[in-house]
Design a protein around this ligand. Sequence first.
Ligand code: COA
Ligand code: MG
Length: 300
Amino acid sequence: MTAMTPRSWLFIPGDSDKKLGKADGSTADALILDLEDSVAPENKPMARDKVRDHLAARPREGRKPLLYVRINPLDETALDDLAGIMAGAPDGIMIPKTTCADDVRILSLWLDAFEATHGIEKGSTRIIPVATETAAGTLKLMEFADVPLPRMIALTWGAEDLSAAIGAGTNLDPATGEWALVYKLARVQVLLAAKAAGCAAIDTLYVDFRDEPGLRQSSSRAADEGFAGRIAIHPAQVDPINEAFAPSAEAVEHAKKVIAAFDANPGAGTVGLGGKMIDIPHLKQARNVLALHDAIASRG
Ligand code: COA
Ligand code: MG
């Protein structure tokens, strides 16, 4: 697989043999084997063993889907989780409930040690923080752009834990059914912080997993806004997400036309196309679209 950022990230509870049994057949770009909120406290040690065995039976080379693990927060059992699973060499770690960018720096140092212990290439285990699950973490999102965090592949966000953290009865605006203001703010700040930090932004889950049209619509909007992918909680959400975050045939055609228009006018900073002005930002975006299209095509 190329270095394309995963579009679909499907959660699988780490204590469920039945759901882990569906992992290999998934068309998700990445799976997140969960040790946090989908696993009851008494099942966590057992889930660590299952997740490690699942990873170890699927060596990193040629892994498809990629296998990430969501550990527990740094101030809970993160270190025990890593000690339990790193022998399996996950492709990356999702760290929930971050309170600041320094949490990711610390996790990175821990991963240095575990990689050395288990003979895993240094720096190869990626990190995706869930960066809006605490009030402090949400207020400090811009720190991610200030600290070099080379392992960080993407930032994502969650609305459920943030509402619990601030004592809100709902995270939706009752008038529109859309995210309430606090969550809209958190979401756009994740997008901006991710881009400022030079990584991808991954949108949060769509709770109503039987509502495919709603998932498709909101995912297409997220893709247009600049998100590179989305979390899935149910297998039925994976293909709609993969499709929404891949450039459409029309977008690819348009990108080719933009590039052709600039190629036909060497040295021009702005040209006309279909009666509209296009300039350098359009050219950059056209190249982004084609690069993503090629990365998805070569993924096989
Ligand atoms: N990964 C793998 N397989 C899954 C799955 C998942 N996330 N979610 C459902 N399945 C399987 C089910 O086991 C079921 O298998 P079966 O047909 O052999 O019985 C099939 O897909 C259909 O599932 P369905 O009956 O529609 O859903 P459910 O009621 O069994 O489960 C959830 C609903 C939400 C509990 C389940 O989708 C789930 O566990 N999601 C992940 C939750 C999670 O990890 N949350 C943490 C992050 S917020
Ligand atoms: Mg949670």
